[in-house]
Ligand binder design. Structure first.
Ligand SMILES: [Zn+2]
Length: 169
């Protein structure tokens, strides 16, 4: 997925019925966090291998993180438990979205095969162009439309609230 991780995080942040400390930052940061490996990919390893092979793109790594950190947060920082759950949910959502046209090692550590739902062929001169012109990019556009719609609706609700309060006087 090229462009829609951040808006997907925004959509995820709208799912809980009630807000809680850290909800939106946890959803937004978790939704893009795995792609921070691009820094290593470009500036350390010089693109030597697929960036989805870094640990931040490996589901079993995050399953381990969840197993270790969630009980500790529940015991010692309960106030942040919901935010931690949303952060991890956003991470897994990132990995699922990357699995549509990208590749994720879902069977690691038993098998390091990169798995994807759809293979995007290298039909253009640059891989980014190949992704932009492939039908799976419509899915990214749909995520953007949903997120923007939610964001615009949220603005309307916020604008209406003072008028409603005013009207009750
Ligand atoms: Zn990614």
């Amino acid at each position: 997925m090229l462009t829609a991780h951040l808006p997907s995080g925004y959509i995820l942040a709208q799912v809980p019925r009630r807000t809680f400390p850290g909800l939106l930052p946890a959803a937004l940061i978790g939704a893009v966090f795995p792609d921070l490996d691009m820094i290593c990919f470009y500036f350390v390893d010089d693109g030597a291998f697929h960036h989805h092979r870094y640990w931040v793109h490996v589901p079993v790594f995050w399953a381990g993180v969840a197993l270790v950190t969630l009980p500790l947060i529940r015991l010692f920082a309960h106030r942040w438990l919901n935010a931690a759950l949303v952060f991890l949910a956003a991470i897994f959502m990132h990995l699922v979205l990357d699995s549509i046209g990208g590749d994720i090692m879902w069977r690691a550590p038993f098998d390091d095969t990169l798995m994807s739902l759809v293979k995007v062929p290298a039909s253009q001169s640059h891989w980014i162009l190949s992704y932009l012109l492939h039908w799976t990019f419509l899915f990214e556009l749909a995520i953007w439309v949903i997120a923007l719609t939610l964001w615009l609706r949220r603005g309307r609700v916020e604008n209406r609230a003072p008028a409603e309060v005013f009207g009750k006087r």
